[in-house]
Design a protein. Structure first.
Length: 58
């Protein structure tokens, strides 16, 4: 019976830790922009000077 009580206490502690982490993520703005990450891969990036130099050497 004491093992069940220890498991319940441990599960409450873990659940509280996850709740605190979720609240911290929401307050820090992790979930503010949900549109642009899914569209970001569709746009080409402008080549940098390093990329241009590597292409001219080939």
């Amino acid at each position: 019976m004491s093992v069940i009580i220890l498991l319940i206490i441990f599960s409450v502690i873990v659940a509280t830790a996850f709740l605190i982490a979720f609240i911290w993520a929401v307050r820090s703005g992790q979930f503010d922009d949900t549109k642009s990450p899914s569209v970001r891969m569709l746009f080409d990036e402008e080549p940098t000077e390093k990329d241009k130099n590597n292409q001219s050497k080939e």
